[in-house]
Design a protein around this ligand. Structure first.
Ligand code: SAM
Ligand code: SF4
Length: 334
C-alpha cells in the first residue's frame, strides 16, 4: 500500500539530550514513577551528536534541529553544544524546548551561543496549580519559570513560544488567561491536546479537551483570525483580534496530522525513531557508532528509515492515533 499524498520533505530532527527531568509533570510522567532512565554512559556524547549531524543527518538534507528532553537545560555543557550546532554552516534553524526552570541564568549564554528560538512550557499562571501540575513539594517553582520567560524575552528570543497542555479539571479554567499572554507581547501561546502517553491513569480519569473547544472559548471572548505567521511544526495558528502574538493549536488527538509530519526523533541514548507514537523501525545509532560501523553505512540505514517514514505515517493515520510505545514523552524526547 502506498501513501496517497506526496511525501513531505523530512528535514527536521528533534534531539533529546537527556531523559531525566527536574519536574514530574502529571501528564508526562506516570504517578509514583519509577522510570527506567538510560544509563549516563549510554547518552550520546556531544562529539557523537555532532558527528551524526555532520556525517549522517546533514548529508541527508536535515537542516532544522530542536533540542529537547527530559529537561535539556539539565544537560551538562548545553551552551557549548548549542554553540557547536549553531555554527554548523548547514544549520538553518535551531530551537529548544524547555520547562524554563533554569532559564533565568541560561537565557543570555544560550542566546550568545547562537540560539534564537525557544519554547517554554507554562501550563498555569497560578503558582499553586502550577506546582500541582509539575509535582514535587515545597516552594512553587512558578516564579522561577516566570523569571526565565521574562529573561528570555528581554534577551531577545524570537519567536518565544509558550506550550500549554490543557487538562480537564486542572488548568482548563485558565485557557483565556493563558491565551491573553499573546495580546500585549509578541508571544506565541500554543495549546497542545493531552495525549495518552506518560500517564494513562490521569488520562483515563480526566480525559482530554479538543482544540476546537478551546478555540471556541477564545473566539467568543475576543474574536480570532487565521494568522499568516506559521511555525515549522503541526500547529494551526490564529491571532486574537489586535494581538501582537499568536495562539496555536496542536491537535494530534482530534486531527491526525501524520501526513504533514516532517520530523524524526533521536533519543538521548541514540535511538532514532520515525514517529512519536510508534517504535516500529527505530534504529540504534549509538550501538552502531560505538561498534565502529562506518558512518557511510549508518547514513544508508537512516536514509532507508527516512524513506519509509511516509509509509509508517500513513499506517499510523489509518489506524488512528494510537501506537505501540513503552516510553514517556520525557524519555522519547517530546
Ligand atoms: N522538559 C521540556 C518541557 O517540558 O518543555 C521538554 C520536554 S517535554 C517532554 C516537551 C513537550 O511535551 C512539553 O511541551 C510538554 O508539555 C509536552 N508533553 C509531555 N507529555 C505530554 C502529553 N502526555 N500530552 C501532550 N503533551 C505532552
Ligand atoms: Fe514536564 Fe517536560 Fe519534565 Fe515532562 S520532560 S516532566 S513535560 S518538564
Amino acid at each position: 500500500m502506498t501513501s496517497p499524498n506526496p511525501p513531505n520533505r523530512i528535514d527536521y530532527l528533534r534531539i533529546s539530550l537527556i531523559d531525566r527531568c527536574n519536574f514530574q509533570c502529571v501528564y508526562c510522567m506516570p504517578e509514583g514513577a519509577d522510570l527506567q532512565y538510560a544509563l549516563k554512559e549510554h547518552w550520546l556524547t556531544h562529539d557523537e551528536i555532532l558527528q551524526l549531524l555532520r556525517e549522517v543527518f546533514i548529508p541527508l538534507g536535515f537542516t532544522r534541529f530542536r533540542l529537547t528532553g527530559g529537561e535539556p537545560l539539565l544537560r551538562p555543557g548545553i551552551v557549548e553544544l548549542v554553540r557547536a550546532i549553531a555554527q554548523l554552516p548547514q544549520t538553518e534553524d535551531l530551537a529548544i524546548t524547555t520547562n524554563g526552570f533554569l532559564l533565568a541564568d541560561l537565557a543570555q549564554p544560550l542566546y550568545e551561543a547562537g540560539l534564537r528560538r525557544i519554547n517554554i512550557s507554562l501550563d498555569s499562571l497560578n503558582a499553586e496549580t502550577f506546582q500541582q501540575i509539575i509535582g514535587g513539594r515545597g516552594r512553587s517553582r512558578w516564579q522561577d519559570v516566570w523569571r526565565g520567560i521574562q529573561t528570555a524575552h528581554k534577551v531577545g528570543f524570537s519567536p518565544l513560544k509558550l506550550n500549554v497542555v490543557v487538562i480537564p479539571g486542572i488548568n482548563d479554567h485558565e485557557v483565556l488567561d493563558l491565551a491573553a499572554l499573546s495580546i500585549e507581547q509578541e508571544w506565541h501561546v500554543r495549546f497542545i491536546e493531552f495525549m495518552p502517553i506518560g500517564n494513562d491513569t490521569l488520562f483515563g480519569s480526566k480525559g482530554w479537551i479538543d482544540s476546537e473547544s478551546i478555540r471556541a472559548q477564545i473566539r467568543d471572548r475576543w474574536g480570532i483570525k487565521t494568522s499568516s505567521i506559521k511555525g515549522n511544526g503541526p500547529a494551526d495558528v490564529f491571532q486574537i483580534t489586535g494581538a501582537k502574538g499568536t495562539i496555536g493549536f496542536i491537535s494530534q488527538m482530534s486531527e491526525c496530522f501524520c501526513d504533514r509530519c516532517n520530523r524524526m526523533r533521536l533519543s538521548a541514548d541514540g535511538l532514532l525513531r520515525p514517529c512519536l507514537l510508534n517504535e516500529n523501525g527505530q534504529i540504534d545509532l549509538r550501538t552502531s557508532l560505538r561498534n565502529g560501523i562506518p558512518l557511510s553505512k549508518i547514513r544508508e540505514q537512516v536514509a532507508v528509515l527516512v524513506n519509509e517514514k511516509p509509509e509508517i505515517n500513513f499506517k499510523m493515520r489509518e489506524s488512528g492515533v494510537t501506537g505501540a510505545y513503552s516510553r514517556t514523552m520525557s524519555q522519547i524526547g517530546g
